[in-house]
Design a protein around this ligand. Structure first.
Ligand SMILES: Cc1c2[nH]c(c1CCC(=O)O)Cc1[nH]c(c(CCC(=O)O)c1C)Cc1[nH]c(c(CCC(=O)O)c1C)Cc1[nH]c(c(C)c1CCC(=O)O)C2
Length: 383
């Protein structure tokens, strides 16, 4: 598609039919709680596996028509309240010049990870621009926003600086992230320099996604489990805050209406206060966050929308047990300022019937809860 054809398309997005999730971010009264599922497009769907048998993972990411198809697959099966563009957090290191391959049954693998700071010059091309290198992501977003035909909002996303830096050093998934953490203790200045550079690139990547049609953004800081409070405060939080501020300012500069920002900092149970006071509209909670912690932050930060946090493994339970867990979850989070989701990405062997049951049950129970409170309020006001 030519640039002018894409610009034209962006102006003519179909009107939105279901904006529940956008209203939940603003804390507006709703008729039911919105729900989407992290990794909702993925290997638990036979139609995804069938498409993947013909195309490599990053070929799908780089082909807008395939991205669009895969993004829509879960929406054809389930009554979801948001779509998330099919892509990956590792398209950013690729855009900067690093070679990343997706190895079957293993996960992502960097051909030449960063060992020492001198490698940065060799492996990373600082002149690269998101708008050029990741144009395929933005084209996929514009195409998908049209194909959705207003069914629900489309989420764009990026990995956060620390998570990307740790992948670039480890070169693959890691239990301890000790190679990447070694940088934080031995190459402090160079670590900050890399994190700062990634921050600017990520801001551009997120803003471009909004220009292309993304209606919400989620930032994944997936590797907080290997940090402690001190390291998080020094090497993650300042950059998360810069991204929230930077995206907001860039959108204002370009006269583009603001979109809500979600932060999902996995395993950052030690920093919930900092996350809730960092000017993100939504704080995603992983499945390890306790009911007590949820109640505390819900009461302390009433204007922050919370997202989460059913254990992805709960989808292995019987449908009766699943229903009990959903009820409990809704009772703790409440129905306002809340987006239901899993507490991490769905697993490839998830039971599809239970996925449907999860989504439908959140909708049913939450709408019962909302109509019974409305009824009680009406009765009280008529007394
Ligand atoms: C750490 C991370 C990555 N990618 C992502 C994260 C952050 C979330 C998290 O904490 O899990 C984010 C991501 N990855 C993918 C999406 C697509 C959108 C969606 O949520 O549906 C999103 C939002 C597709 C994907 N990304 C990947 C798959 C499966 C790959 C395949 O089809 O073979 C999908 C659907 C591959 C991937 N990509 C990554 C890993 C570690 C893996 C392999 C792990 C695994 O096997 O599940 C990096």
């Amino acid at each position: 598609m030519s640039d002018s054809a894409i610009k034209q398309l962006q102006k003519e997005f179909p009107p939105i039919k279901n904006n529940l999730i956008l209203r939940a971010c603003r804390g507006e009264p709703l008729e039911r709680v919105p729900i989407w599922i992290m990794r909702q497009a993925g290997r638990y769907l036979p139609e995804y596996l069938s498409l993947r048998s013909e195309h490599s993972f990053f070929d799908v990411c780089r082909t807008p028509a395939l991205c669009c198809e895969v993004t829509l697959q879960p929406l054809r099966r389930f009554d979801l309240d948001a779509a998330i563009i099919f892509s990956d957090i590792l398209v950013v290191p690729q855009a900067l010049g690093m070679q990343v391959d997706m190895i079957a049954k293993e996960g992502p693998r960097f051909a030449h990870p960063l060992n020492v700071p001198a490698d940065i010059k060799l492996r990373i091309d600082r002149s690269r621009q998101a708008s050029v290198e990741l144009k395929y992501v933005y084209d996929a977003i514009t195409l998908t926003r049209h194909a959705l035909n207003g069914q629900c909002p489309l989420i764009g996303f990026s990995g956060a600086p620390w998570t990307l830096m740790s992948y670039m050093i480890e070169g693959k998934g890691s239990e301890t992230h000790s190679k990447a953490k070694k940088w934080l203790y031995t190459y402090v200045e160079e670590s900050h320099d890399l994190l700062q550079f990634l921050t600017h690139f990520i801001i551009d990547h997120l803003v471009e996604q909004v220009c292309a049609g993304a209606q919400l953004l989620q930032l994944f800081e997936s590797h907080c489990g290997c940090l402690n409070h001190d390291l998080f405060i020094r090497f993650s939080l300042p950059y998360l805050r810069q991204i929230a501020k930077g995206v907001r300012e860039a959108l204002t500069r370009r006269h583009i209406p603001y979109v809500p920002l979600i932060i999902f900092a996995k395993d950052a149970h030690y920093a919930l206060d900092e996350l809730c006071s960092s000017s993100f509209d939504v704080v995603g909670l992983d499945w390890s966050i306790t009911r007590k912690q949820i109640r505390t932050i819900r009461d302390k930060y009433p204007t922050v929308t919370l997202q989460g946090n059913l254990d992805p493994c709960a989808l292995y339970a019987s449908s009766d047990d699943l229903e009990k867990m959903i009820k409990q979850m809704l009772e703790i989070f409440g129905t306002k300022h809340y987006i239901a989701n899993l507490g991490h990405g769905i697993y490839p062997d998830a039971n599809i019937d239970n996925v449907k049951h999860f989504i439908d049950t959140v909708h049913r129970i939450s709408s019962e809860m909302i109509s019974s409170t409305t009824l009680t309020k009406t009765i009280n006001s008529n007394k």
